[in-house]
Ligand binder design. Structure first.
Ligand code: FPP
Length: 277
C-alpha cells in the first residue's frame, strides 16, 4: 500500500502529479540513463566531478521515491564499459562517490527492504569497489521489496555476448540442447535474470540515444527523455515521467484496443453482408 504523503505531502507541488497517476498502472521496472553531470558542473563553472557529486544526491532521491511508490525494480546506468576512456581522475572520483554512497546507504537500503544488485562485469572493478558492493549486496540479500540495480562496467552488447557464451558452454557440456534455446533462455542468462523488462526508460539531459544500455530488455520499453540534467533530477521529474508513461498506449507490435474493436465490428459486418449475398 503506497503512503502518498511519504512520496509527496498533501499540498506540495509534486502532489498534483502524484494524484494524476493511476497507482494501479505504474511501470514495474524503470531504468534510467543518468546524463548531464558534466554539463551541470560546467554551467556553474565547477569541475566535472562536482556534477557527479551532485548526481549522487539525485540517486538517493530517486531510489527513495521509486521505493515509496512501490516499483518492483529500478536500474540506474552509473558506469559503462566506454566510461573507462574518461580521464583517470574522473573515473577514480566516480568510484569514490559510489563507495561513499554504498557505505552511507547500505543500512537504509536494508531498512527499507530494498535489494541491491549489480548489473555488468563487477570482476573488472577495483577490489575496494567490489568490497563496498559486497557490503550492500550482503546487507540487502534477503530484502523482498524493490530491486535497485546499478549498472557498472556495463555494456548491453557485452551482456548479450556473455549470455551467448554461457549458453554455448552449457550446450558444449551437454547440459543444454541448442534446439531448445528460446528468448526466455537468453533472458535467464542476462545480468538482469529474474527481473521484469523495463517498462519505462528515462534519459536525462535531452540526448536521444540508448548508449548501449539494456539493449535486449528495452525491446518494448516506453522512452521518456527530459531536458533536466541528472543532478537536478528529483521526485517531481520521476513523477512527470510516470505521468507521461501512463499517457502512452503500449501495443507490443499489435493494434490498439479501439482499432481491435473496430476491426472486429467491421469483420462481423462483412460476414453478415457475405451471408446475405
Ligand atoms: C553522466 O554524466 C553520468 C555518469 C557517467 C555517471 C553517473 C554517476 C553518478 C551519478 C555518481 C554516483 C553514482 C551512484 C550510483 C551513487 P556525464 O558526465 O556524461 O555528463 P555530460 O554528458 O554532461 O558530460
Amino acid at each position: 500500500m503506497i503512503d502518498k504523503n511519504l512520496v509527496a505531502p498533501t499540498g506540495s507541488p509534486d502532489r498534483a502529479l502524484l494524484d494524476a497517476l493511476d497507482l494501479a498502472r505504474l511501470p514495474r521496472h524503470v531504468a534510467v540513463i543518468m546524463d548531464g553531470n558534466g554539463r551541470w558542473a560546467k554551467q556553474r563553472h565547477l569541475p566535472r566531478v562536482e556534477g557527479h557529486r551532485a548526481g549522487a544526491a539525485a540517486v538517493r532521491d530517486t531510489v527513495e521515491t521509486a521505493a515509496r511508490l512501490g516499483l518492483d525494480a529500478l536500474t540506474l546506468y552509473a558506469f559503462s564499459t566506454e566510461n573507462w576512456k574518461r580521464p583517470q581522475a574522473e573515473v577514480s572520483t566516480l568510484f569514490t562517490l559510489l563507495k561513499e554512497y554504498l557505505r552511507k546507504e547500505f543500512r537504509t537500503l536494508a531498512e527499507n527492504d530494498i535489494r541491491f544488485r549489480v548489473v555488468g562485469r563487477p570482476e573488472g572493478l577495483d577490489a575496494s569497489v567490489r568490497s563496498a558492493l559486497g557490503l550492500a549486496l550482503e546487507a540487502t540479500a534477503n530484502c523482498k521489496g524493490m530491486v535497485f540495480s546499478v549498472a557498472l562496467n556495463y555494456s548491453g552488447r557485452a551482456e548479450i555476448t556473455d549470455a551467448a557464451r554461457s549458453l554455448a558452454k552449457e550446450a558444449a557440456a551437454g547440459r543444454l540442447d541448442p534446439g531448445t534455446i528460446d528468448e526466455a533462455a537468453v533472458a535467464r542468462h542476462l545480468y538482469t535474470a529474474g527481473l521484469p523488462d523495463p517498462d519505462l526508460l528515462i534519459r536525462t539531459s535531452g540526448e536521444l540515444r540508448i548508449s548501449n544500455f539494456l539493449l535486449w530488455q528495452i525491446a518494448y520499453a516506453e522512452i521518456h527523455v527530459t531536458p533536466v540534467l541528472w543532478p537536478d533530477f528529483r521526485c517531481r521529474h520521476l513523477l512527470e515521467a510516470l505521468v507521461d508513461y501512463q499517457r502512452r498506449e503500449r501495443r507490443y507490435g499489435g493494434v490498439s484496443e479501439a482499432d481491435e474493436t473496430a476491426a472486429a465490428a467491421a469483420g462481423a459486418s462483412n460476414a453478415r453482408t457475405a451471408l446475405e449475398a
